[in-house]
Design a protein around this ligand. Sequence first.
Ligand SMILES: C[S@@+](CC[C@H](N)C(=O)[O-])C[C@H]1O[C@@H](n2cnc3c(N)ncnc32)[C@H](O)[C@@H]1O
Length: 463
Amino acid sequence: MATEHSPYQGSPYVCTDKTLRTPAVPKNLGSQALAARSEILVSDSSNNIRDEDRSIHDWYRFVLSFPPHLVREYLARLGSGQDGLILDPFCGTGTTLVEAMKLRHSSVGFEASPMAHFASATKTDWSPEPQRLIKTAERIASIADAELQGAGISDIPDQSTPTSPLRTLVPDAAKLLIRDSISPLPLHKVLVLIDAIKSQYDADLHDHLMLAVARILPTMVGNLKFGPEVGLGKIKPDAAVISKWLDVVAMIAGDLPDLPRTPDSRVVLGDARDPAQYLEKRSIGAIFTSPPYPNEKDYTRTTRLESVLLGLYGDMAQLRGYKQNLLRSNTRNIYKGDNDSRAIAGFESVITLAQEIEQRRLDLGKTSGFEKNYHKVVLQYFGGMALHLEGLRPFLQKGATLSYVVGDQASFFRIMIRTGHLLAEIAERLGYNVESIDLFRTRLATATKAQLREEVLVLRWNH
Ligand SMILES: C[S@@+](CC[C@H](N)C(=O)[O-])C[C@H]1O[C@@H](n2cnc3c(N)ncnc32)[C@H](O)[C@@H]1O
């Protein structure tokens, strides 16, 4: 039977502090990196991450990632599965995987979005030699800077008089960007920098150098802000690119020397609804994860600017291909032929909830395509999560614990979706024991002004 307690009640998951972190640059690293170094914004919209936890996590993270200490506390409380792997099947930017590595525990992650996958894979690769990373970055910075200066462009904002046309994205790629998400001059600087990185290709360092580009893009260079949804902030006609990038590379290099290199972490660009493709039988000792919830969050939109500029996808068809691998958690990724709902056939709580939402739409006379999809999101979302929980079973060790951080939702005509409780019912039917549903934090719903619960659903597999 589920119990409720609230170890994290009141903890502000997202706050707006603008704490600055001075990157920890190893002594005797390149002079240019040190000279060019300025302070780095801790997190583009920082959340409740503790100062002592910033190492690695700060390289690139989602605004709404759960904080690293939550992973540690749960693994300490529930056990990290002794000889089993720690799995995060919706690993996002890798908070669980990085924490597992810091605890010297082997781990595996799945992630369906290419930008988050790239971030997780890079954040769990601690092999680069810091001095070499810095030296290479300095060489690249000089190449990029020379090209910019040759065209009348300074990396220092508002000091450029371009003497030739600025570089732009090809139209198919440009179309994918949120309008005005980056101004033309900073875009040009970023494209020059990326070309310089490619021209000095070094397989051991390339991903870290590119992740540093992704890190500076949304808010330091681009015009985006996160509140927590992505939107346009103040438009910056110009921005420093190369110096900011060097700052982030210095931060990455500064985090690397102290790290243990032993534990393995594997990150798969894959779909958590079909775990059988990627796992060995009885290999998983613990799961700590935060899947999407049935709301209107589109993870591909949040990371669109950096995904396109890093070349992870370049046109609408490729983007759609990735979206189809995502759990159906919002009305913009419902497709003809979706059939995850088959996994909850006969599951009354979810079906009744979906019917109630559709009936409310009819009663209110709402006819937009999005609104017509609300009830489908509910069916496909819980169906997808049922497929995931069902598919995992052969890969779990006896006694494995599974922790799912999920939120209630009321954005579909204000009808309450108790995500954690519905997932608990589904899990119980699939043979899991529901150990607890813990309150992690509450969040104010803008429409209803009600406090919505974010919970950690804890399951155990005893078979
Ligand atoms: C709430 S976020 C996870 C954040 C994560 N805890 C972190 O540290 O950044 C949910 C993630 O699940 C991913 N996702 C959605 N559907 C997926 C699927 N079917 N398989 C794997 N990952 C998926 C999304 O792209 C998103 O990155």
